[in-house]
Design a protein around this ligand. Structure first.
Ligand code: M6R
Length: 611
């Protein structure tokens, strides 16, 4: 989950390039940050606990000058957040940064101790530094030393190594799903965990594969695979605009990303929805129609918000394609011995494309023969490269740790998949697909209109900012909207919030209701609308406070709600997109009123690359 950046160039730009890269990666973790630069032939390491600004302020007083360096922003796994545990870690002539977890680190540390190594941190990373140093002292080249050392590791890692006896190069290695991108041009070589870190300097990047070791220098990019063979990996041209990584006039990235949703959704639909033909073109992906007709099931896997998109996607697939579809937490799926074979489609859904649980769930299903179709936002990420087919959400960079535009873009993408499957299975006619496309194309405009409620929702939020708990209720896709609304609120405002199926309320949660319990009720006018209304009335009867998300023109809701936020009406399951918007805005306002760090909430990281 940590962010890593490396630079080795012809000019003494290491500090600037690395700090700029870390700024773009801070969403990956912000427990501590550090940098190591070769200054006058010697390694200088500067580290600081907490956010990157603490490191920046240390460097302001005492800058480091050099043409080669590595930098890291940490999300703590082994060892609490502290300066000693901050990366880079040193051993002998070597400094190293690491993203991932070394699972056999205790055994390795004991062995190193017996052989005389002394440790100054509680991290698994320092062990890697010592293993490499040991190999260096045995006479190995830096590349050989990294290969021999990493060969002893179990778990996942992406590492970058700087050695003061090899000032003109960096060596990187990766395995177990931790992402690592390398690049080189005439001026410099770069390494990073994520594209945005080095996007201002290069758009041509090579994602390393598991088991790869790379040597990076100006004009030099050499890669060896797990077997030690020199290989060429295809560079990718990245089309993202570096400006996307700036806040563009908004107070926070999350606010910007909420506002970007109409564009994110319409770009995701793009030219894939062929209204005239009543057809869907999933970027040319061809499914064997016989296989689609004999499909036994579709398994959608994701975590957090992506899992919520999976829940909506499962509803869409069952509705349109009449094939059993389940939406599972990737972390549960991979360990529960799922019933899946070559007559199943597995759909991993992920913004980052790096979530370890989802990557492993995908591999579990693919290993049993399932065909895979990834719904992924980050180009060339691990999941995007592992799947048989990928359908990108074109939401652009999402920096705010709380996912917003990627969630609604994922739902739009899943709708396209569901419609395509429906066509291929013969459960939808072209006429029905045409009508569904017209409905889907309305969504960006309705989201735009809903964004106009920003201030109104802000006023409502100001009346509830002191609440200690919230319940979110809904039925059908409204239940998933409730789950997502509760997740958004808790992760950025730190208020305890639970999402429930409204029908479940009387089976327990109703005991919590009193005048201090605001209950957000998602009241889309589906076949269960009257039941939702009854549930809201039950809350009111127990002095609970009801904040309803309802459709424009819905007057009935007034009798059971203290507050009503009205959004434009659209049929299910697409109502899930429009009804989610006010809940994102509500959470945002509550959090900013409370003064929490909206873009980088405590304890969280944007992409979770450990289990
Ligand atoms: O990158 P992914 O979409 O795979 O990430 C999945 C979750 O970690 C993510 O959605 C998380 O729940 C967000 N913080 C929610 O806002």
């Amino acid at each position: 989950m940590c962010g890593i950046v490396g630079y080795v160039g012809r000019r003494e730009l290491a500090q600037d390039v690395i700090l700029d890269g870390l700024r773009r990666l801070e969403y990956r973790g912000y427990d501590s940050a550090g940098i190591a630069v070769l200054e006058d032939g010697k390694l200088r390491v500067v580290r600081a606990i907490g956010k990157l600004r603490n490191l920046e302020s240390s460097l302001r007083d005492l800058p480091v000058h050099g043409a080669a360096g590595i930098g890291h922003t940490r999300w703590a796994t082994h060892g609490q957040p502290s300066e000693e545990n901050a990366h880079p870690h040193r051993a002998g002539s070597v400094a190293i940064i690491h993203n991932g977890i070394v699972e056999n680190y205790r055994k390795l540390r004991d062995g190193l101790r017996e052989r005389g190594s002394e440790f100054s941190s509680d991290t698994d990373t320092e062990i890697i530094a010592h293993l490499i140093d040991e190999q260096r002292r045995a006479g190995c080249s830096l590349v050989e030393a990294v290969r021999n050392a990493t060969g002893q590791l179990e778990g996942s890692y992406a590492i970058v190594v700087l050695d003061e006896t090899e000032p003109g190069e960096l060596v990187a290695a990766k395995d177990g799903g931790s992402p690592c991108i390398v690049s080189a041009n005439e001026e410099a070589g770069f390494v990073a965990s994520d594209i945005p870190a080095i996007l201002p300097h290069t758009r041509r990047m090579v994602p390393l594969e598991d088991g790869d070791v790379a040597r990076v220098a100006p004009d030099t990019l050499e890669i060896w695979d797990r077997a030690g063979a020199r290989i060429e990996r295809q560079p990718r041209d990245i089309k993202w605009d570096p400006v996307q990584a700036e806040r563009g006039g908004y107070d926070r990235f999350m606010q910007k990303e909420i506002y970007e949703q109409p564009r994110a959704i319409s770009d995701t639909i793009g030219t894939r929805a062929l209204e005239d033909e009543g057809d869907i073109d999933l970027d040319g992906i061809e499914f064997d129609p016989d296989w689609v007709r004999r499909l036994k099931g579709v398994h959608l896997v994701g975590m957090g918000t992506a899992r919520h998109a999976c829940l909506i996607g499962a509803t869409m697939i069952e509705q349109h394609a009449r094939v059993p579809a389940i939406a599972d937490l990737s972390s549960e799926y991979r360990y529960r011995d799922p019933v899946v074979d070559s007559d199943y489609l597995v759909i991993p859904v992920s913004q980052s494309g790096e979530t370890t649980d989802t990557l492993q769930a995908l591999r579990e299903a693919a290993g049993r023969g399932a065909l895979s179709l990834g719904i992924v936002n980050a180009p060339d990420s691990s999941i995007a490269r592992d799947v048989d087919h990928v359908l990108y959400t074109h939401a652009g960079l999402e920096i705010g740790v709380a996912s917003t535009k990627c969630f609604t873009a994922q739902i739009a993408a899943l709708d396209l998949v569901a419609l395509k499957l429906g066509l291929l299975r013969g459960t939808l006619t072209r006429e029905q697909v045409r009508a569904a496309i017209i409905e889907l194309r309305r969504v960006p405009r309705l989201v735009e209109q809903t964004l106009g409620l920003w201030d109104e929702i802000g006023e409502i939020a100001s009346r509830y900012v002191h609440a200690g708990n919230f319940l979110f209720l809904g039925r059908g896709v409204g239940c998933t909207v409730a789950l997502e609304g509760a997740l958004k609120l808790k992760e950025i405002s730190y208020i305890h919030a639970e999402g429930y199926a409204a029908g479940e309320m009387k089976h327990g949660p109703i005991a919590l209701i009193d005048e201090n319990m605001p209950v957000v009720v998602v009241a889309n006018r589906s076949n269960t609308y009257s039941k939702v209304l009854a549930n809201a009335a039950e809350v009111r009867a127990r002095q609970g406070v009801v904040i309803a998300i309802a459709e424009q023109g819905d007057e009935e809701i007034d009798s059971v709600a203290n507050e009503v936020i009205r959004v434009p009406a659209i049929s299910d399951p697409l109502s899930s997109i429009v009804m989610s918007i006010p809940l994102q805005i509500f959470a945002y306002h509550i959090a900013t009123l409370k003064g929490t760090d909206v873009d980088q909430p405590r304890n969280l990281a944007k992409s979770v690359t450990v289990e």
